[in-house]
Design a protein around this ligand. Structure first.
Ligand code: GLN
Length: 185
C-alpha cells in the first residue's frame, strides 16, 4: 500500500513516520508524477497560502482533484482541511475558517470523541492556529466539534481534521485511512 504525503510545505515527515509505523509505504509527493498509482493521500498542515502557491507552481491542482474525486481515501489535516475546502481544491463541501480560534490562541490540546469514525475512546488532539468548519453541505458528516464548531468532518472518501494527528502517539486517524484502503482492496 502506497500512501502519498503532499510535501509542498508543512510537517509531512511526521505523517510519513506514522504511516510507516502502520505498515504502509509513504511516498513524498511534490509533482504530478508522484501521484501515479497512489492508494491513499495525506494533505498535511502547514500554511495554506504557501501551499496554494506551491500547488499552482507544480501544476498539482488538477491532478490532485482527479485523484481525490476518483475515490482514493484522503486525509487532510489543519491547513490540509483548508486546501480541500470550497475555496481551494473544492473537493470537500465545506468552508473552512483559517485561524478560527483567534490569533491569541496559537495552540491548545483537547480530547475529542471520534467514536463515529469507529475508533473507541477519546483522542488527544493538538490544535495549532487551527481552522474550523464554518459551513458545510448535506453530504458532510460532522465527527467532532469544539464549542459547536466542527473540527473533524467526513465526506465519502475524505476525512478532514483541524488538528495535527501526526504529533501524538495515537495513530487512529491515520489508521482510518489505511483501513479504508484495505476495505476497498
Ligand atoms: N493557520 C494555518 C493556515 O491558515 C494552518 C495551521 C496549521 O496547519 N497548523 O494555513
Amino acid at each position: 500500500m502506497v500512501v502519498g504525503v503532499l510535501a509542498i510545505q508543512g510537517d509531512f515527515e511526521a505523517h510519513a513516520g506514522v504511516l510507516v509505523r502502520l505498515g504502509a509505504e509513504a511516498r513524498i509527493v511534490r509533482t504530478p508524477a508522484d501521484l501515479e498509482g497512489l492508494d491513499a493521500l495525506v494533505i498535511p498542515g502547514g500554511e495554506s497560502t504557501t501551499m496554494t502557491l506551491g500547488i499552482e507552481r507544480e501544476g498539482l491542482a488538477e491532478p490532485l482533484r482527479e485523484l481525490v474525486s476518483s475515490g482514493v481515501p484522503t486525509l487532510g489535516t489543519c491547513a490540509g482541511m483548508i486546501m480541500l475546502d470550497r475555496d481551494h481544491l473544492g473537493l470537500l463541501d465545506v468552508s473552512a475558517r483559517r485561524n478560527a480560534f483567534g490569533r491569541q490562541v496559537q495552540s491548545f490540546e483537547a480530547d475529542l470523541d471520534l467514536n463515529r469514525l469507529g475508533r473507541d475512546g477519546p483522542l488527544r488532539a493538538v490544535f495549532i492556529r487551527a481552522p474550523w468548519v464554518d459551513d458545510y453541505g448535506e453530504d458532510v458528516e460532522v465527527l467532532a466539534e469544539i464549542e459547536g464548531h466542527p473540527v473533524a468532518v467526513r465526506q465519502g472518501n475524505i476525512l478532514a481534521v483541524a488538528f495535527h494527528p501526526e504529533l501524538t502517539d495515537d495513530g487512529r486517524v491515520h489508521a482510518w485511512l489505511v483501513d479504508q484502503v484495505r476495505q476497498h482492496a
